[in-house]
Ligand binder design. Structure first.
Ligand code: MG
Length: 395
């Protein structure tokens, strides 16, 4: 098989739909998936594919502002205004490409943001095989197919072998596809309505189109429920650790609770070793560095500061990513003071700061049997484990 991948290929991303089944304030391609519009995820994948030379988006008239927001930061050719149907929108896009006439055009639905780069490449390769005019990504049918009458009665089971679901991208040699679309535009409404994808337009014109097997999730976001499902949460766990040494004083701050003691903890802030470990654990769940990165010890603003603000900051970063705390587990390592009498107050304090029920907070204490710096009563160590849930996609 001869593969020719020196062809110039333009990706035409179709984002002109109004999405009547989606029902949101925004058309689905501009709705947020994580922190970015659906279209931005799609563009990010296409921009990273080596065989794609240019990207143009077909948008609906009136969506210019939504488009600019979703397209910010991408290197795109000017958008093309679509028509009243998907077929006419694609034709508008193809006509806009006609002056530069790329060898290939890769047509893709903006509402398929999970497309994998490898699948785009596979379609490009399949479409450039000699004797082939186009290649379509798809999957073989897994469900049993029934033909059903208007009254709900099954009239027939349709054999599913050789049946596939066609998705996008659909990659074609540009010139024959443009001709096929121009011909289709001249058809009567009934005949044109039956051409529900670009492959159908190409097949009608006698072009040879092949199917390429999709390697993964290439879900089309059609309903708000699809978007919800696509945005499902994942659980993450991270660890935090901190140590502060004792200094002359009369009380220590642990988890926001002042505990009388024969010494205090030394530190730039209030030296609340427990809240520092918890803060690092929360930061760890979102890969946001450590407490020193956000609150440098060299910064005089944090001298004597309540460590509650450090934990509140980490929690705000988590919330900004759409995440929330599921559980916080703290272990204090020291010979003294005794933690037991203050455990409930510490749990209540952490629960209040984190805005979670007390049964989602655990405070434990241990000693090191007189060994090491904690055993010599030189300071207190704290270990924390944070379990959170965050959207699977937040960028
Ligand atoms: Mg510290």
């Amino acid at each position: 098989m001869l593969l020719v991948l020196v062809a110039i290929c333009t990706a035409l991303i179709v984002a002109a739909g109004r999405g009547s089944r989606f029902g949101g304030v925004l058309p689905k391609q501009y709705a947020l998936l994580g922190a970015r519009p659906v279209l931005s995820h799609t563009l990010a994948t296409f921009q990273g594919v080596p065989g794609i030379d240019r990207i143009r988006v077909v948008i609906a008239p009136g969506d210019e502002a939504h488009y600019r927001a979703a397209a910010a930061g991408f290197d795109l050719a000017l958008p093309v205004l679509g028509g009243p149907s998907r077929q006419l929108s694609v034709l508008s896009g193809l006509e806009a490409l006609a002056p530069e006439a790329p060898d290939l055009v890769a047509i893709h639905d903006a509402a398929r943001p999970f497309i994998r780069a490898a699948d785009i490449v596979a379609c490009l390769e399949a479409a450039t095989v000699q004797g082939v005019d186009g290649a379509v990504l798809g999957v073989p049918l897994a469900d049993t197919l029934k033909r059903v009458a208007a009254n709900g009665a099954i009239s027939e089971t349709v054999p599913r072998e050789k049946l596939w679901r066609a998705q996008t991208p659909q990659v074609f040699r540009f010139a024959p596809l443009l001709r096929a679309h121009r011909e289709a535009a001249a058809l009567g409404a009934t005949e044109a309505t039956a051409l529900t994808d670009d492959a159908a337009v190409a097949e009608r014109a006698g072009l040879r189109v092949v199917m390429v097997t999709s390697s993964g999730d290439n879900t089309k976001i059609t309903t708000a429920e699809d978007l919800q499902r696509a945005s499902t949460m994942e659980t993450r766990t991270a660890f935090g650790f901190d140590v502060h040494g004792f200094a002359p004083g009369a009380a220590v701050m642990l988890a926001g609770v002042e505990i009388p003691h024969v010494q205090t903890l030394a530190g730039h802030s209030d030296a609340d070793v427990a809240l520092h470990a918890l803060t690092d654990a929360i930061l760890g769940t979102i890969g946001a560095g450590d407490i020193g990165l956000h609150f440098p010890p060299s910064d005089p603003r944090w001298r004597g500061a309540s460590s509650e603000r450090f934990l509140v900051h980490a929690l705000a970063l988590l919330a900004a990513r759409g995440g929330r705390v599921i559980h916080l587990d703290l272990t204090l390592v020291c010979e003294a003071p005794r933690i037991g009498p203050h455990r409930e107050a510490m749990i209540a304090s952490i629960a209040r700061i984190a805005g979670i029920p007390r049964d989602r907070v655990s405070v434990k204490a241990t000693t090191t049997e007189g060994l090491g710096f904690t055993g010599r009563r030189e300071g207190i160590a704290a270990q924390a484990v944070a379990t959170v849930e965050v959207p699977r996609i937040w960028e």
